[in-house]
Write a protein that binds this ligand. Structure first.
Ligand SMILES: *[C@@H]1O[C@H](CO)[C@@H](O)[C@H](O)[C@H]1NC(C)=O
Ligand SMILES: *[C@@H]1O[C@H](CO)[C@@H](O)[C@H](O)[C@H]1NC(C)=O
Length: 638
C-alpha cells in the first residue's frame, strides 16, 4: 500500500502541530514495573510518569550499563508515595527530542528494583538491543545508583497542591520536595490565593515573595487557572491564603515548603497565623514570583484582587491577551489593600523601597503643637492623600498591565511610581507628627480624579496639584515658623521631591524643560479652594479651612495676542470693579485691572506656571488676599 503524497504531508503536519502526551505508571499495584514498559514517541511528544508506593524514581542509563545513571541525563528524583493504587501528587514529565532509544530504570536500591526488572524504554529497536535484552542485562548489573545530588533534572518534576478543596486548607499543607521541583496550585471555590510570607509575619506578604492573586472559582468546579512556582533552595518557604473575607489565613489556611520538623514547624506557623493582624495583605499585581497558566498558556499581569473573569471559565486561553487591571480600579487603588490605611503613619517597605528611602526617623519634638500647625497638618494630609491616589492610580494604568500601557517609556513610568511612593511617605510623615501629639486625623475626603480622558487629564492634574501643594507647604511653613520651628524642615523637605517631579511634568507636557518648577507660595485658603473646586466629591464635615466655606467660583483664563501685547481674557461670575492678582514664584505678586470684555494684561516678563485670582481690591498682600477673592484661583501657563 502506498500513501499519496498529499495524505503523507497532511499526516506529518498533524504530527508537528499536535504532540502526543503519554502516561506511564511507576510501581502501580505494588509491582516493580513501568506500565507501559515501552513507549513509542515522536519528537515533541511528552511523557508523564506517575508514582505509586513505596519509593521509586525514573533514571536514564545507557543500554550497555543498565542501573547506572548517565551524567546530566534524565532523573526524576525519588518520589515516596503512600498508596499502591492512588498516584502520588508528584509527577515527572519529559519531552522527547528525537527518535533515538532512551533507556530508563528505577534507581531504588532498597529491594534492588532495577535488577528485578523495573526498567523502561522509549523507542527501543524491535530487534537487537530490545527492551528484553536491556532487562536481561539489568539482572546481572551491579547494584544500581542514582545521580549523586539526588535532584531532578532534564524533566519537569511537579507536585500538585489543592487550594481550598474541602475547606480552608492547602493539601498537602507541608510540601516536601527537592530543589528544582515545580509546585502547581489548583484552586477550588470560592476565591483563594497563595501568597508568600515569612515565618514571623504570617498573613503579611513578603516583599519580593510570590503571589498568585485571588482566583475566584465557579461553584462546583476547579479553576482552569493554576499558579506555578519552582522550589529554588532548601530553605523553608511559608505561604497563606490572603482572602480577607472570612480571614482565611487566620483560620489556618497556611502552608509551607520543606518546613523544619522541629522548632519553626508548620504547626507553630498555624498557631502564629491565628493571632496575625487582620486583614491579610496582597500585592496590587499578580502573579508575582510564579506564573498563572490557563489551559497551558500564561496569563499576563492582572490586578491581584482577582483573576479577570475571562480566564475563570476554562474556555479562554492566556497568552495573547494582556489583561488590564480593569474596573476594579474605579474606586481609588483598591487601595485599602495596597496603600496604607487613611491617616496611617505606617509606610510599608514596599513603598519605602519604591520611594528610595523611609520617612524621617529622628525628630526634635517640641513640647506641643500650635493650633494653626494642627490645622495645617490636617489639611496637608488631605491634599497629600489626593496626590497619592492620583499618582498611584495613574501609575497602575501606566504599568505593564494598565490601560495606558506603553504611553511613556518605562523609566518615566517607574519614576511616577516612585513619586507615588514618596507621596505615601509624605503623608506618613505628617501622620507621624499627628500621632505623636495624639491628634486624630479627620476623616478622608472622597476624590474625583480626572482620569477618564487619558494621560492628559492626569498630567494637568498632577502638575496643578503639585504646585498647589508646594504652594501650601511654603505658606504653611512661613506661618508656623515662629511657633513650631521644628516642623519647618519636616514640611519643606517635601518641597524638593515635589519640585523635581514638577520639573519632569513640565517636560512631559512638552513645555520648556526645567530642573524644577517655579515654586509659588499659595495662601492655604486659596490652595484648599482650588482642591475643593476641582477634585473633591465630598469631605467629612469636620474638614474645615478657615475662610473657605466652599470653593470660590471658578475662573476661565485664555491667552490672547493683541497688538503685540499678550493679554488674557477672564471669564467668571460677578460684576463690579475687579483685579486679577498674578501670583508668581519668588514672592511675585502683581495686580492688573479687569477691563471691559474682561481682558487683563499679563505682567511683563512672566513665563511658566502662575496662579491667578480675581479680587475686589488692588494691592493687598498675599497674607490678606483670601479676604478679597471673587473667583479663582486658577493656574495658567504663560
Ligand atoms: C526514598 O528512597 C531514597 C533512596 O533510597 C532515600 O534516600 C529516601 O530517603 C527515601 N524516601 C523516603 C521518604 O523513604
Ligand atoms: C475575590 O476576593 C478579593 C479579595 O477579597 C475581592 O477583591 C474580589 O472581588 C473577589 N472576587 C470575587 C469574584 O469574589
Amino acid at each position: 500500500m502506498r500513501f499519496s503524497t498529499s495524505s503523507l504531508s497532511a499526516l506529518s503536519l498533524a504530527g508537528l502541530a499536535q504532540a502526543a502526551h503519554h502516561q506511564v505508571t511507576v510501581g502501580k499495584g505494588g509491582e516493580l514495573k513501568f506500565v507501559p514498559e515501552v513507549v513509542k514517541a515522536q519528537k515533541h511528544d511528552t511523557i508523564t510518569y506517575t508514582f505509586f508506593a513505596k519509593n521509586h524514581s525514573v533514571a536514564q542509563s545507557s543500554f550497555d550499563k543498565p542501573c547506572q545513571p548517565i551524567d546530566g541525563a534524565i532523573f526524576s528524583g525519588f518520589v515516596p508515595s503512600d498508596s499502591q493504587d492512588v498516584a502520588s501528587r508528584t509527577t515527572f514529565t519529559i519531552t522527547v527530542e528525537d527518535d533515538k532509544p532512551i533507556w530508563l530504570y528505577c534507581s531504588q536500591t532498597t529491594g534492588d528494583h532495577c535488577k528485578k526488572g523495573m526498567v523502561h524504554a522509549i523507542n527501543p529497536p524491535e530487534s537487537g538491543n530490545t527492551i528484553d535484552a536491556y532487562k536481561e542485562k539489568a539482572k546481572n548489573a551491579p547494584q544500581s545508583t542514582s545521580p549523586h545530588d539526588g535532584l531532578p533534572q532534564i524533566g519537569r518534576r511537579e507536585i500538585s497542591v489543592d487550594v481550598g478543596k474541602g475547606g480552608l486548607k492547602f493539601d498537602p499543607d507541608n510540601i516536601v520536595e527537592p530543589v528544582g521541583t515545580y509546585v502547581k496550585f489548583n484552586f477550588s471555590p470560592k476565591n483563594h490565593s497563595v501568597v508568600q510570607s515569612t515565618f514571623d509575619k504570617p498573613c503579611q506578604l513578603l516583599e519580593r515573595g510570590f503571589s498568585s492573586g485571588h482566583i475566584p472559582t465557579k461553584e462546583g468546579t476547579v479553576s482552569p487557572a493554576t499558579f506555578n512556582i519552582q522550589i529554588e533552595n532548601t530553605k523553608p518557604v511559608w505561604f497563606y491564603c490572603a482572602q480577607p473575607n472570612g480571614n482565611h489565613c487566620q483560620s489556618g489556611m497556611v502552608g509551607s515548603i520543606n518546613a523544619p520538623t522541629e522548632g519553626n514547624t508548620l504547626a507553630a506557623f498555624v498557631e502564629k497565623a491565628k493571632t496575625a493582624p487582620t486583614p491579610s495583605t496582597i500585592d496590587p499585581y499578580a502573579p508575582l514570583g510564579g506564573i498563572i497558566l490557563v489551559n497551558g498558556k500564561e496569563v499576563k499581569t492582572f490586578n491581584g484582587n482577582e483573576l479577570p473573569a475571562e480566564f475563570r471559565e476554562g474556555n479562554n486561553n492566556g497568552d495573547s491577551t494582556t489583561i488590564t487591571p480593569s474596573a476594579t480600579h474605579s474606586t481609588p487603588p483598591a487601595a485599602s489593600q495596597t496603600l496604607p490605611a487613611w491617616g496611617s503613619p505606617d509606610v510599608p517597605d514596599y513603598f519605602a523601597d519604591k520611594a528610595g528611602g523611609h520617612k524621617p526617623k529622628h525628630w526634635n519634638w517640641a513640647e506641643k503643637l500650635s493650633p494653626s500647625a494642627t490645622a495645617f497638618l490636617q489639611l496637608h494630609l488631605q491634599i497629600e492623600n489626593l496626590i497619592t491616589h492620583l499618582l498611584w492610580e495613574s501609575y497602575l494604568k501606566l504599568e505593564t498591565a494598565g490601560e495606558w500601557k506603553g504611553v511613556y517609556p518605562q523609566t518615566i513610568v517607574d519614576s511616577i511610581g516612585a513619586w507615588a511612593a514618596q507621596s505615601v511617605l509624605h503623608s506618613a510623615t505628617t501622620a507621624t507628627v499627628m500621632e505623636h501629639y495624639q491628634i486624630k486625623p479627620h476623616g478622608g475626603c472622597k476624590w474625583k480624579l480626572p482620569l477618564d480622558g487619558g494621560v492628559k487629564g492626569f498630567l494637568e492634574a498632577w502638575n496643578s496639584l503639585n504646585l498647589v501643594q508646594i504652594g501650601a507647604l511654603i505658606d504653611m511653613s512661613s506661618q508656623i515658623a515662629k511657633e513650631d520651628p521644628f516642623l519647618v524642615p519636616v514640611l519643606l523637605a517635601q518641597v524638593g521631591a515635589k519640585s523635581r517631579a514638577a520639573g519632569v511634568v513640565n517636560m512631559m507636557r512638552n513645555h520648556l524643560a526645567s530642573a524644577a518648577p517655579r515654586e509659588i507660595g499659595v495662601p492655604v485658603p486659596l490652595a484648599w479652594s482650588y482642591v475643593l473646586g476641582n477634585f473633591v466629591e465630598s469631605c467629612p464635615a469636620e474638614v474645615e479651612v478657615e475662610g473657605v466655606e466652599k470653593a470660590w467660583p471658578g475662573v476661565k483664563v485664555a491667552e490672547v495676542e493683541e497688538a503685540g501685547e499678550t493679554k488674557v481674557t477672564v471669564e467668571y461670575e460677578g460684576s463690579g470693579e475687579h483685579w486679577v492678582a498674578w501670583i508668581g514664584p519668588w514672592g511675585e505678586l502683581e495686580y492688573a485691572k479687569v477691563e471691559g470684555g474682561k481682558q487683563v494684561s499679563v505682567p511683563k516678563g512672566w513665563t511658566g506656571d502662575v496662579f491667578v485670582v480675581i479680587v475686589d481690591e488692588e494691592g493687598v498682600g498675599l497674607g490678606e488676599i483670601a479676604k478679597h477673592v471673587v473667583a479663582g484661583p486658577e493656574q495658567v501657563w504663560l
